[in-house]
Design a binder for this molecule. Structure first.
Ligand SMILES: O=C1O[C@H](COP(=O)(O)O)[C@@H](O)[C@H](O)[C@H]1O
Length: 232
C-alpha cells in the first residue's frame, strides 16, 4: 500500500520531503523526547540531506542511522556513512547522534551481529522515519535481486535487524536492514529521481516476484504506510 507524490523538480520534491520528515521528527520528539531517522545512501538523497541539515529542529534529540552501507572504510568515497557525514551531519544537524553500520570485522556477514548490537544499544527503536531509495535493478536498501543472502534479508520471522549481502548486480559487499526491520518503522518514504526509476517502479507494481525485484516487498505490503516521492 503506497501513495505516489509527483513533483515538477528535484528542488520542489526535496522541499516537501524535508518538510514531511521534520514534521514527523518534531511529533516524535514531542511524544517521546527523541526522534529516529534511517536514511539511504547513493546519489539521490544528496540535495535532500543538504536541505535537511539547514532545518530548525532539536537535532540533539534526533538519532540517525543508515538503511544500508557498503562494507568499505567510512572515509571511502563509496561509503554511505561518508555521504551522511558530508551532506547531512552539517549545519544545524551537526548535533544529531549518528550511528553507522560498518565495523572492523572483515566482511558484513560476520560483522552484522556486532553492528546490530551497536545499533540496538545506541538507537531507540522503532524508526520514526525511514527513507529508502531504489536501484534500476529493483533493489532497495541493500536487498538485491537474486543475491545469495536475500532470503535471510526478506525473512519476516528472523528477529534480525541487519544482514550481510553480496549483490550480483553491483560491486562491493553490503550490510542492510532486513525487511522486518524496515517494516517496523512508523513512516517509510521512497525517494526516486529520474524517468528510468519511474519505469522500474511501474515494473515493480506489475509483478509479484520479490526475489526478482525486492522493492516489491515494500510496495506490496500493508503493515506500514509508504509514500513515494518522485520527480523526473
Ligand atoms: O547502492 C545503493 O543504491 C540505492 C540507490 O542509489 P542511487 O544512487 O540510485 O540513489 C540506495 O538507495 C542505497 O542506499 C545504496 O546503498
Amino acid at each position: 500500500m503506497y501513495k505516489l507524490n509527483e513533483y515538477a523538480s528535484p528542488e520542489k520534491l526535496n522541499q516537501d520531503l524535508a518538510t514531511n520528515i521534520v514534521a514527523q521528527l518534531k511529533l516524535a520528539i514531542a511524544r517521546k523526547g527523541h526522534g529516529t531517522l534511517a536514511v539511504s545512501g547513493g546519489k539521490t538523497p544528496i540535495g535532500l540531506f543538504q536541505l535537511l541539515s539547514q532545518q530548525s529542529l532539536e537535532w540533539d534529540k534526533v538519532y540517525i542511522t543508515l538503511v544500508d552501507d557498503r562494507w568499505v572504510d567510512s572515509h571511502d568515497d563509496a561509503s554511505n556513512e561518508k555521504l551522511v557525514n558530508t551532506y547531512l551531519l552539517q549545519n544545524k544537524a551537526k548535533s544529531a547522534h549518528f550511528v553507522g553500520l560498518k565495523n572492523s570485522t572483515s566482511n558484513p556477514f560476520d560483522g552484522a551481529a556486532q553492528a546490530e548490537k551497536n545499533l540496538r544499544d545506541k538507537i531507540p527503536l522503532p524508526f520514526d522515519v525511514l527513507i529508502l531509495g531504489m536501484g534500476e535493478d529493483g533493489h532497495t536498501a541493500s536487498l538485491f535481486p537474486h543475491a545469495e543472502n536475500l532470503k535471510n534479508g526478506l525473512n519476516m520471522t528472523s528477529g534480525k535487524l541487519l544482514v550481510g549481502m553480496m549483490p550480483l548486480t553491483a560491486p562491493l559487499e553490503r550490510i542492510t536492514l532486513t525487511l522486518p526491520a524496515i517494516l517496523s518503522s512508523n513512516n517509510i518514504y521512497l525517494h526516486l529521481v529520474g524517468a528510468s526509476k519511474k519505469e522500474v517502479l511501474t515494473k515493480a507494481q506489475q509483478g509479484k516476484d520479490v526475489v526478482e525485484m525486492p522493492v516489491r516487498s515494500i510496495l506490496q505490503q500493508d503493515k506500514v504506510p509508504v509514500t513515494i516521492f518522485w520527480t523526473a
